[in-house]
Design a protein. Structure first.
Length: 320
């Protein structure tokens, strides 16, 4: 039987959960924690002949390109910025080198080998503006929105008093003068709106979006033909992710937009995704985004719905 190659990191707790399921069911797999690329693994790649061998220095376990039946590119990290042993000016370069090495490993595999969360495909699939286009084609409703570097372009919209801001790319931490800031989704409240009107905030390029007054919010996890939808209960404020400790999740069998989610996955050419969807007071289902890859096991912390088990079984099915 072919092996499952997992590209992950030592801090990937969701991968740890799936790891345990794979071990329990005696599945043959090789886990490459990319943040320990530099000291825990021996690497040999011949791109001209499309061959590679990865060996765990401590256990002696190894995998070659001919043994790989499928790849799960999980939530990885790279050694440059993870370990302080590298000089600061070298960390970015080291990470670029190791990332290119991961791509070299994938390039040795035949195109017929399934890769869950393929980085090339997910580079496209991760762009929010492209997501909106594809979601509309797949039958979702979309919030009114504009991407602009002009305050006037946002302020002249009839919905500008009920809006949120989000990065055009992805949320991330930014460090300035040793202070850390989190660029993420934020509701444009009255003080912030007033500051924008008075030109007290310098605008670069931003994604403004009408806030949908929702009756229900959903996190929908899709892999293969499996669509697992959960309603988010107990949220306070406009973003449920800001009150994770107060939430509980209700599984919704036969989710009305299941086929739309599957159509989106097919259109994007991806095998795994986590959708954020809102049902409005008018009973319309609004697409916000699809995180690929996204966190999903928090939806089923006690394993009541066997989400981790189903995902592990899906990974095994890809190797056959």
């Amino acid at each position: 039987m072919k092996q499952l190659l997992i590209i992950s990191s030592t801090a990937d707790s969701e991968c740890d959960s799936i790891h345990r399921h794979l071990v329990k069911n005696k599945v043959s797999f090789f886990r490459l924690n990319a943040d320990r690329f530099h000291d825990m693994y021996a690497i040999e790649i011949d791109p001209g002949h499309s061959t590679f061998k990865l060996t765990h220095r401590k256990t002696g376990a190894s995998i070659t390109e001919s043994a790989v039946g499928a790849v799960w590119w999980s939530r990885y990290a790279l050694p440059g910025n993870t370990h302080q042993m590298f000089e600061p000016h070298l960390r970015e370069f080291i990470d670029e080198e190791y990332y290119a090495t991961l791509i070299a490993i994938l390039s040795c595999l035949p195109d017929t080998i399934p890769v869950l969360n393929h980085p090339v495909k997910h580079y496209i699939a991760g762009h929010k503006a492209y997501q909106q286009k594809m979601a509309l084609q797949c039958g979702f409703a979309l919030p009114n929105q504009v991407i602009s570097n002009s305050a006037a372009s946002y302020l002249n919209k009839p919905w500008h008093t009920n809006a949120v801001y989000k990065p055009v790319s992805n949320s991330q931490y930014i460090t300035k003068n040793k202070q850390q800031f989190f660029a993420t989704v934020r509701k444009i409240d009255k003080p912030l709106l007033a500051a924008i009107r008075l030109n007290k905030i310098e605008l670069h390029i931003h994604h403004f979006q009408e806030q949908i007054e929702g009756m229900e919010e959903y996190r929908v996890t899709v892999f293969g033909d499996c669509v697992m939808a959960f309603r988010i209960d107990g949220a306070k404020g406009f973003d449920w992710r800001l009150s994770l400790n107060n939430l509980h999740y209700t599984n919704i069998p036969n989710f009305p937009m299941a086929q739309n989610c599957l159509a989106y996955m097919k259109a994007m050419g991806i095998l795994f995704g986590c959708f954020d969807i809102i049902r409005s007071e008018q009973d319309e289902y609004y697409f916000l985004e699809c995180n690929a890859p996204g966190y999903f096991l928090f939806l089923d912390p006690k394993g009541r719905y066997s989400l981790a088990k189903q995902f592990a079984s899906y990974l095994v099915s890809l190797t056959k």
